[in-house]
Design a protein around this ligand. Sequence first.
Ligand code: MN
Ligand code: MN
Length: 466
Amino acid sequence: MDSKELKEKLFMKKKNGWETVSNEEKKDIYSFSKEYIDFLNKSKIEREVVEFAVEALESKGFKNINTVNELSAGDKVYYVNREKTVYAAVIGGESMESGLNIVGAHVDSPRLDLKPNPLYEADGLALFRTHYYGGIKKYQWTTIPLALHGVIIKTNGEKVKINIGEDENDPVFVITDLLPHLGQTQMEKKLKDGVEGENLNILIGNMPYDNSETPERVKLNILNILNQKYGIVEKDFLSAEIEVVPAFKAKSLGFDESMVAGYGQDDKVCAYVSLQAILNTEKPKKTAVCILADKEEIGSMGNTGMESHVFDMFVTELLFKAKQNSINAIDRVFCKSKMLSADVDAAYDPLYASVYEKTNSAFLGEGVGLNKYTGARGKSGASDANAEFVAEIRKLFEDNNIRYNISELGKVDQGGGGTIAYILANKGMDVIDCGVPVLSMHSPYEVTSKFDIYSIFRAYKAFMNN
Ligand code: MN
Ligand code: MN
């Protein structure tokens, strides 16, 4: 065999995914992404994603598990935890003790939250104080249009939903930054110190209530507007969850419209696709489960985070209602289960090539991004997928003609990260990180490839229907 032939046989080949799609497939990819973009513009915070998910699940025949007494093969159910987390399942033909096929994503994204006492007036301006949520580069949040999303709960239990800044006719909000003319001292600071956390305050008003001598009349005017619009008083902010997110719309990116730019794609891209995958799952052999978790960006803690025991309860409910429950059944189920941890991957960015190791990087447009492990330094904190499981997933993808890359999150010792993978792996499952590569991750305007989004849809669907 000559060297060219031998090379063809032995070397791994990389390819831009677009080179592999037909015109017909291209149409499918574009129409799938169009609906994804609509979703991004409707669902910027976890509660809105959950609302979207429940509507979609119900329209496809999924029932709230609390309303169902018995489950059998092919049945579809979901469970909502405090409006922030959804678990959905399609009962398989085999007993659950042969394992579940789980795809798990998270629906929270980095953002700014209003502080419990947010409103103040300073020198004729009314502002909201915020506390950032998740890993952000603070300077990226100044001088961009911002919207407010969330809820205010009054002591009588009444829930006021807030969504301002998205409609064409809505006002927006902004965090100001120093003009360059006076920015000399600021510009000499380290990038991380240029904008301080305590300065991420949002400008919300400038008009006094009247022309009296009463102090804080700009703040008073804002409260009066909020009182007329929502029936709230200042104290009601104490029991509110209001999230500040970029107001700009998600859009197709590039002359070729091959990419998607939008806020919150970590991890709403995998969340949306996981949901679409389970909506397209019929009568699987193994029970298919979709997890849309909250609080991943701050460590998965709390009763809506993946660390909570609510997921175990959901699986126990499935076992019980399918008449498959027995002592320790849940542990046996977990030990046999397989999971794709559906979270985004860092895409190689040629502008910042020095932090990546090119042969072990995910590239935009090359399909599914798999991470055998994440972690930091010497793989610290990583759930390292077993080679046997990686081989199984490779086979599944190769059999289904799904393009994928197995990569690392940047160079060794350059940083690191994690997902919900280890939490489920700790329960005994085989888990691998499997998601869409993203440019500008955690920024207000993240970038993904439409080819990758559609590839991951085909991957999750194949896995759930396996
Ligand atoms: Mn994520
Ligand atoms: Mn993240």
